[in-house]
Design a protein around this ligand. Structure first.
Ligand SMILES: [Zn+2]
Length: 175
């Protein structure tokens, strides 16, 4: 006899929560594919007249957990950097140790603090030519930091900074 505990039971909440299966979701296998998602976000921000920095979080299998972009201009929200927008979009995660954060620009100290606090395991950085925050610091504390230095991103961000010095300094806390 099967005990009632072993009987398969379908609960309505299993279907409603949308988290029961990840098997159909696209896998972003390489760091280049992960960075490309962040880059799409940065370019969307650029098109919106915002600060063109994007980011995305992936689980250890390469599933996209969440993506986002800097929304200082669009939403008037100084807390929404690319990385923090992606972090919010990903929602609650039990652990970040096997999560990869791809970001188009080297994370500022604020976002480096996010990486350090939640022990995000890997950080893929698209551009260290225009800005470097705390990426060496998070690496010293155990995160794997991969620098891609994508020429297209470096060119885009350099051009943008050159034309928006005041807004850029506001975003990174410079006078
Ligand atoms: Zn930041």
């Amino acid at each position: 006899m099967w005990s009632s505990e072993l009987m398969p039971v379908t609960r309505p909440s299993d279907q409603a929560c949308g988290k029961t299966t990840m098997t159909n979701k696209k896998i972003y296998a390489t760091d280049g594919e992960k960075l490309a998602v962040a880059k799409q976000e940065a370019l969307a921000g650029l098109a919106e007249g915002g600060i063109p920095i994007g980011a995305a979080l992936f689980d250890e299998d390469g599933h996209l957990l969440g993506k986002g972009r800097n929304k200082r201009v669009q939403e008037g929200n100084p807390a929404l950097h690319g990385e923090t927008s992606a972090f919010l979009a990903a929602g609650r995660q039990r652990s970040y140790r096997k999560v990869t954060l791809a970001t188009t620009l080297s994370p500022c100290w604020y976002c480096s603090g996010l990486v350090r606090q939640f022990r995000i395991g890997r950080v893929v950085v698209g551009d260290t030519a225009n800005f470097v925050g705390g990426q060496d610091w998070v690496a010293a504390h155990g995160a794997e930091v991969v620098t891609m230095d994508d020429p297209e991103l470096i060119g885009m961000m350099g051009t943008w900074i050159a034309g928006h010095g005041e807004l850029w300094n506001e975003d990174i806390g410079e006078e």
